[in-house]
Design a protein around this ligand. Structure first.
Ligand code: ADP
Ligand code: MG
Length: 279
């Protein structure tokens, strides 16, 4: 049985990305730092427009960042030329785009989709094996267009695994799905990680997926705002010392509040300055 022979972790530092548009630049990422260990499963969370897909596309090597570094294992891919990026995408990293059908040929069967994505003999053999391992053998000969949304998503994940990537990046895999399909997709992602030791990064804004993940990273305003461990969330102090307040506590210290910062045992106290406090 073929399986991933080398694992890769991901390290991102000071990542900035701008999209130039006629009205000026859109700043999608403004200094992201994060580290994901080889073989880890992580969910990237955050509301729409916060830069999650941009971060995923940069790690997938679709284009170069405006600034900052992206390491896959020991290799800094941030300045790779397009040919080097293409080689990387075919082997080490795999990106499953948002919307399962964007990754699939609708009129082909599940097996045909895998075989079509597999351009080498080794990966053709792997297509068969993947369907068995991932529990998709029963739908191998179904035409993709006739499958449910959940089945299509599972098929897209299998296609993403055809080259035996070290890193699997998945954008919003459950956004169109009901609860039952959503759980099946999450289960499949966990199974991929357990079977092949693939590093898995899932972008989502679904809090239900987040609670099923051992680790979550929340992107807010273009940087890492918080991290979660088994459902509990912690704020992350940025490189410049800034701290994003958890959204549910923002009303306590609204924007432009004057705050007195005092060191206490194992931390800091933030206290709103009231009229007359300075006397
Ligand atoms: P998310 O996946 O968290 O919704 P994105 O990474 O898609 O966020 O987008 C981050 C920001 O970058 C948004 O303001 C979005 O409008 C902008 N953006 C994304 N892609 C492009 C693009 N190709 N051209 C211009 N702006 C873009
Ligand atoms: Mg997105």
């Amino acid at each position: 049985m073929s399986s991933t022979t080398h694992q890769l972790g991901i390290r991102v530092s000071g990542l900035v990305h701008l999209y130039p548009i006629p009205e000026g630049d859109v700043v999608a990422l403004r200094g992201v730092d994060l580290e994901i260990a080889a073989g880890e499963v992580v969910a990237l969370l955050g509301p729409s427009g916060m830069g999650k897909s941009t971060l995923l596309r940069l790690i997938a090597g679709l284009f170069n960042p405006s600034a900052g570094r992206i390491f896959l294992g020991e290799k800094d891919i941030s300045q790779y030329k397009s040919r080097e990026l293409a080689r990387l995408r075919g082997r080490e990293v795999s990106l499953v785009l948002q919307g399962a059908t964007n990754n699939l040929i609708g009129y082909g069967t599940v097996l045909e989709n895998l075989v079509f994505a597999a351009d080498t003999k080794a990966s053709r053999a792997r297509a068969q094996e993947l369907l068995e391992t991932l529990g998709l053998a029963p739908i191998a000969h179904r035409v993709v267009r006739t499958l449910s949304g959940g089945q299509q998503q599972m098929c897209a994940l299998a296609v993403g695994m055809v080259h035996d990537p070290s890193v699997l990046l998945v954008d919003e895999p459950t956004s169109q799905l009901d609860h039952v399909s959503r759980d099946l997709v999450v289960e499949l992602l966990m199974r991929i990680n357990a079977e092949y030791h693939t590093t898995v990064v899932i972008v989502t804004h679904d809090p239900h997926i987040a609670s099923a993940m051992p680790r979550t990273i929340t992107i807010r305003d273009g940087r890492v705002g918080a991290e979660g461990r088994f459902g509990e969330e912690f704020a992350v102090v940025g490189q410049d010392g800034t701290l994003q307040l958890p959204p549910h506590l923002r009303h306590v210290l609204p924007p432009d509040s004057l705050v007195k910062v005092t060191q206490i045992e194992r931390g800091l106290e933030l206290r709103l300055v009231e009229e007359g406090d300075h006397e």
